[in-house]
Design a protein around this ligand. Structure first.
Ligand SMILES: NC(=O)c1ccc[n+]([C@@H]2O[C@H](COP(=O)([O-])OP(=O)(O)OC[C@H]3O[C@@H](n4cnc5c(N)ncnc54)[C@H](O)[C@@H]3O)[C@@H](O)[C@H]2O)c1
Length: 367
């Protein structure tokens, strides 16, 4: 058979970024639904990951995003110690224009047709109220609202987990698991960033923030007047005496210019896909900057929605998210022992966990 040499099929079957178990294209013309559900791995259990609703420029871009995000969820779920593999779905289109009850119900029927191989939740462009609708057609839905038996806003445990990652970074670097007396810069004080400010102030840290939305900064200052403000992320990363930089806005925050300008010695934040390109993790290590991998420290949200599948118990979920402290510390130790950056060590551990699980399943099948 002739191998395809480019495009989605090439990525899926032949490239390093591929290797997904299953990709499902869904269409419901009546409601305008066009969706891609990508299951990267079920080695550790049913694939779990959110639904992104986004006006992609091209359909190929949507498929590529679904593949990429699903793969990321396999690594995140493996490092969080969850009994879940990685999957993600994207719905193509502007949610402001095409999102409707009919469309979400049609989407729920497609997810249900996978019989539990993929469990869906919120992501950019979808909210707890949307998951309430999807759940009417699909029992493999999580991230619902509390009055529908759900866990609600996942940013509460996401920020708690990032704070645990920061405490572990402080322990590793300064021998004390506290941010007391340290200066922490947060780029993005949305749902996660503003909760993170509260953890840090309670711990005795000094906090500097920036956000493109003036109203977000104003609301934060009304509540916490001691917080300082930087004009933008460029100014924030250059703040004299900054100890920790926490990207909590968009992906790609750690590009070459940012890494070169950073005054902080730790990077630990909630944003997904912080490394702008492969190799940035090494540049950070070469500059003596400790990078707490994004998908390890921001797993509190997925821990929360995974717990919802058991009947949500906030204290149990919080206790699981607290383990991000130990996971991050162990990861730094492994990176040091193997002589590789923490991001590479995290990938290695996650891949090992998936491989071991696949192996034990095939041994059980043979027995
Ligand atoms: N919410 C969760 O549970 C969760 C879980 C895992 C990862 N994350 C990731 O964490 C990040 C933050 O999530 P959130 O839920 O707080 O999102 P959010 O949209 O509530 O907040 C993001 C904030 O960043 C600001 N922002 C955007 N561009 C900026 C820029 N260039 N400079 C400074 N500020 C900027 C926005 O104005 C907004 O206030 C995202 O990358 C998200 O994917 C969130």
């Amino acid at each position: 058979m002739t191998e395809v040499t480019d495009g989605v099929l090439h990525t899926l079957f032949h490239s390093e970024q591929g290797g997904h178990e299953q990709v499902v294209l869904c269409q419901d013309r009546a409601s305008g639904l066009k969706a891609v559900i990508a299951i990267h791995s079920t080695a550790l259990g049913p694939a779990l990951g959110g639904t992104r609703f986004h006006p992609y420029a091209t359909e190929a871009e949507a498929v590529a995003d679904a593949l990429n995000l699903a793969r990321g969820m396999s690594y995140k779920n493996a490092m969080a110690g969850l009994g879940h593999g990685g999957g993600k779905a994207v719905i193509i289109g502007d949610p402001e224009k095409i999102k409707s009850e009919e469309l979400l119900l049609a989407y729920g029927r497609f997810v249900a047709s996978l019989g539990g191989r993929y469990v869906t939740a919120c992501d950019v462009g979808t909210y707890v109220a949307d998951m309430d609708v999807v759940a009417r057609e699909c029992r493999w839905t999580t991230g619902r609202s509390p009055h529908n038996g759900g866990a609600g806003d996942s940013s509460v445990l996401t920020s708690f987990g990032v704070f645990q990652g920061m405490r572990a970074s402080a322990q590793h670097l300064w021998g004390d698991p506290t941010l007391r007396g340290r200066t922490v810069g947060i780029a993005g004080v949305g749902k996660v960033g503003r909760h993170l400010v509260e953890h840090l102030l309670a711990d005795g840290a000094e906090v500097v923030v920036t956000d493109v939305r003036e109203d977000a900064v104003r609301a934060l200052l009304e509540k916490h007047p001691t917080v300082r403000v930087a004009a933008d992320a460029g100014e924030l990363v250059r703040t004299p005496g900054l100890d920790v930089y926490a990207p909590c806005a968009l992906g790609g925050a750690l590009d070459d210019a940012t890494v070169a300008a950073l005054t902080a010695t730790v990077v630990c934040g909630a944003a997904n896909n912080q490394l702008a390109h492969p190799g940035v993790e090494k540049d950070l290590a070469d500059r003596g900057i400790l990078y707490a991998p994004d998908y390890v420290v921001n797993a509190g949200g997925v821990i929360q929605v995974a717990d919802e599948l058991l009947g949500f118990d906030f204290d149990r979920a919080r206790a699981k998210a607290a383990k991000i402290f130990d996971t991050t510390l162990e990861l730094f130790a492994r990176a040091k022992a193997d002589g590789i950056p923490p991001a590479a060590a995290a990938d290695r551990i996650a891949e090992q966990r998936m491989a071991e699980s696949r192996l034990s399943r095939s041994v059980t099948a043979v027995a």
